[in-house]
Design a protein around this ligand. Structure first.
Ligand code: NI
Length: 200
């Protein structure tokens, strides 16, 4: 089963709001398998269905270095969030862009599994950050929306003129002015991007 193409910013489909999954059938299961296949073809830790053009509320994640702990969240809802922190994020749909955003590092979420059975789970650290990033995708939001306006403009200009580097991206050796703290995670610190720069 081949990996699916991942939509790239500024594709307008990344701005659409996805609909809840209502049919838990074989076609859904095939799409879930394709999403994992697509995620595992990257170094990212999370992927949402709208990133492959499927406007349904499906999130797949795997934060394990061995890529052996698949997590599926259908129709995820964040019921509570606490402990805010600044984290560095990237996105498979916006390759080469990294930015610091404020996220909760503890969540309580509700979702359903591939058969439609509901479950609830506490997520911490990078699990929590990844879930917020992916739920944003389901709502047509991107992590760059949380960056300063001047940076967003630069990223959009860079994306429209493909191949140009992100002109406001700080050089890796330059000290970051914003305090950057990654929440504790077992591994896999990047979001649905990979090690920087995020692979396509
Ligand atoms: Ni993303």
């Amino acid at each position: 089963m081949p990996a699916l193409p991942i939509l790239q910013y500024p594709d307008p489909r990344l701005r659409l709001v996805s609909a809840p999954v209502e049919r838990f059938d074989g076609a859904l299961h095939q799409r879930i398998d394709e999403l994992f296949e697509t995620l595992y073809a990257t170094t990212g830790i999370g992927l949402s269905a709208p990133q492959v053009g499927d406007l349904r509320r499906i999130v797949v994640m795997d934060l394990s270095r061995s890529r052996s702990k698949p997590e599926l969240y259908i129709n995820p809802e964040i019921l509570s969030s606490e402990v805010m922190g600044m984290v560095e994020e990237s996105c498979l749909s916006i390759p080469g862009v990294v930015g610091n955003v404020v996220r909760a590092t503890q969540l309580h979420v509700r979702a359903v599994d591939r058969s439609g059975n509901p479950f609830e789970r506490d997520l911490e650290g990078m699990h929590a950050v990844c879930m917020q990033h992916e739920v944003d995708h389901l709502n047509g939001k991107l992590f760059i929306d949380k960056l300063p306006m001047i940076r967003r403009l630069a990223i959009r200009t860079s994306a429209v003129f493909k191949g140009a580097p992100d002109p406001v991206r700080p050089s890796p050796s330059a000290p970051s002015r914003a305090p950057s703290r990654r929440p504790a995670a077992e591994d896999g610190p990047q979001l649905d991007g990979g090690p920087q720069p995020a692979p396509g």
